[in-house]
Design a protein around this ligand. Structure first.
Ligand code: OXD
Ligand code: MN
Length: 596
């Protein structure tokens, strides 16, 4: 399919090491995809679901020990340790490769190596970057066909250039002890071994579009961020775009596809989804604005909790052409189910859990994860074009102009519902101090509060301090920069209940944010930034929310912020000596304002 000698030589080298029985090039055609689906079903790797109810949908189960990203085994391999920084795991490239090559050697014997040429971004656009993933997993091929743009046209666009990202994935023995997700940003390489879970093996996503791309973005003057992109359409037809960063499993997919509350719908508001997870951002030379594209082609969404109320658009998106991973198999009608879908789980005798065992829904106990039918991090891989609210700009070559950047976290008390930063530099600081609770998307303890700057803690492909410096520097080269905000949907009352209704009602907050961007509404200056006047958050049609509730949601408790300042100092110390001076200036200024 190509004469590119850089590509051909590399594949030859990788095949000499992994020793597959054969090599198959993925051309992006439906015929080839269909043949691979059939093969995966014949070996039991996938189950073909009810084609009337769920056309072109399949179910896959990963190994029980392989259900989430593994941050502890994710490495950034730069020549110098300080270039990876203290937040990333680091190993010298030569040392890591020696270790990996032992694991790869002969690992594809008796198997097929698939060559997947793919593009992140629309092929041919200024944003697009190309990659080739070699894998011995049909599941990976079929997921990549949904999540990225795959095919011959990628190779044509690449021509005989060496400028592509090399990705090697081998399932090997799915051995946890020898699982490695490794990145070599200085040589454009990604190597993943001993996993079959999406986040570790769909190398276009977190590995390329965030870790490698963030490194490239710094080198080339653009940004790769863990952000959704959405457009709010006003009754007059104007559409304003927002990007937003939230830590994993804080409802990014739900926000990206939100349905406006009735009161907004009646007025003619609409929300359009451009992306739910990753944004690539570049300065547009013509109007000096920051433009965003979603480099992906599909959604790799968390299934549990997705339902007609929380996210009807996601639910409709995954009714066709979808691969479900680690959800419950309803054998009565050959469909799928997960916790939080509806109140009708398949009955005992008709249900197989994510581990492939008979499942009894009557034994389900919310507090005991082992009784779940679907794994808490079970997923749907679905095509963006099937989403009812996909933006008409989804395939735009130039991207969409960003009015506002929104950071968010899951904070029970400290952060108010929304506040605006004073300027870009302060906004970069606000991003750097983001904090949230850990979730099921990553292996490890759940419910522990941790700092997650820009929601990029697991995804920055270089030193976190340098990354913050890049943020500060970008602010100087965007003539018409977006305004930067912070939101917190998760504030709780004294009994631990969420105060804000969230979901579609979050549009009320986005509405205020966009009004600020257009200078249409005042705000109150506080120690942490600009906070809305309570009456400027539209609560029309909200039953349990009064002006006083909004006031409560907007309070800035100086004592807990001063506590937070101490925690931020510790975190900055951990990030180390490349924390830019600008961040310390902002931190000192915040502390001074809080003490004033
Ligand atoms: C994800 C994540 O998107 O973990 O899967 O952030
Ligand atoms: Mn994510």
């Amino acid at each position: 399919m190509t004469n590119n000698k850089y590509v051909l030589n590399w594949i030859e080298e990788m095949a000499a090491m992994t020793k597959p029985d054969k090599i198959v090039w993925i051309d992006g055609t439906e015929e080839q995809a269909e043949a691979l689906r059939a093969e995966a079903c014949s070996t039991g790797e996938m189950i073909k679901l009810n084609q009337e109810l769920l056309p072109n949908c399949y179910l896959h189960r990963t190994a029980v020990n392989d259900v989430a990203r593994v941050e502890g085994r994710t490495y950034i391999c730069t020549e110098k340790k300080e270039d990876a920084g203290n937040i990333n795991n680091w190993m010298a490239p030569a040392e890591m490769k020696e270790k990996l090559f032992k694991l790869y050697r002969g690992s594809m014997k008796g198997r097929t190596m698939y060559v997947i040429p793919y593009s992140m971004g629309v092929v041919g656009s200024d944003f697009a970057k190309y990659g080739i993933e070699l894998t011995d997993s049909i599941y990976v091929v079929l997921n990549m066909l949904i999540m990225t743009r795959v095919g011959v046209n990628v190779l044509e666009a690449l021509g005989d250039s060496p400028d592509y990202i090399k990705g090697l994935h081998a399932r090997a023995d799915i051995d946890e002890e020898n699982r490695y997700i490794t990145h070599f940003p200085e040589t454009n390489e990604i190597m993943s071994v001993n996993s079959g879970y999406g986040g570790n093996v769909l190398l276009g996503k977190k590995c390329f579009a965030l870790r490698i791309a963030s490194y490239l973005g710094r080198k080339e003057g653009w940004m790769a961020e863990h952000m959704l992109i959405l457009g709010v359409e006003y009754p007059n037809g104007d559409i304003k775009y927002i990007t937003a960063a939230f830590p994993s499993a804080c409802g990014k997919t739900n926000l990206a596809m939100l349905i406006p509350p009735a009161i907004y719908r009646e007025k003619g508001y609409k929300v359009w989804c451009v992306g739910d997870d990753i944004a690539w951002l570049r300065v547009n030379k013509e109007d000096g604005k920051l433009y965003a594209v979603n480099p992906e082609n599909g959604f790799f969404g968390v299934a549990p909790g997705t339902n007609e109320k929380s996210n009807p658009n996601a639910l409709h998106t995954c009714m066709r052409d979808t691969i479900f991973t680690n959800v419950v198999h309803n054998t009565e009608n050959n469909t799928v189910w997960w916790e939080g879908l509806d109140n009708n789980p398949p009955t005992p005798g008709n249900a197989i859990d994510w581990q492939g065992r008979p499942w009894d829904c009557t034994k389900f106990d919310k507090k005991d994860k082992s009784t779940c039918g679907a794994h808490p991090n079970s997923r749907f891989t679905a095509l963006a074009k099937n989403c009812p609210c996909i933006s008409s700009e989804f395939n735009s070559l130039k991207g969409v102009p960003v009015s506002a950047i929104v950071f968010g976290g899951r904070r029970a008390k400290t952060a108010p519902l929304v506040y605006q930063s004073f300027d870009w530099k302060h906004g970069s600081f606000v991003g750097s101090i983001m904090a949230s609770e850990t979730t099921a998307a990553a292996a490890g303890a759940v419910g522990v509060v941790r700092r997650d700057p820009m929601a990029m803690r697991p995804f920055v492909g270089y030193n976190m301090g340098d990354y913050w410096k890049h943020w500060v520097e970008m602010g100087k080269v965007i003539p018409n920069a977006p305004k930067i905000f912070h939101v917190n949907w998760f504030r709780t009352d004294d009994e631990g209940h969420f105060i804000w209704p969230g979901f579609g009602d979050n549009l009320r907050v986005l509405d205020w944010i966009l009004a600020r961007c257009e200078d249409k509404v005042d705000a109150v200056e506080t120690a942490i930034g600009y906070v809305p006047k309570a009456e400027d958050i539209n609560i029309e049609g909200l039953e349990d929310i009064t002006l006083d509730t909004i006031k409560e949601l907007l309070t800035v408790d100086k004592a807990s912020w001063l506590e937070d300042v101490q925690n931020i100092k510790e975190f900055y110390a951990l990030v180390g000596d490349r924390v830019p001076a600008e961040m310390y200036e902002e931190l000192a200024a915040l502390e001074a304002r809080l003490n004033a």
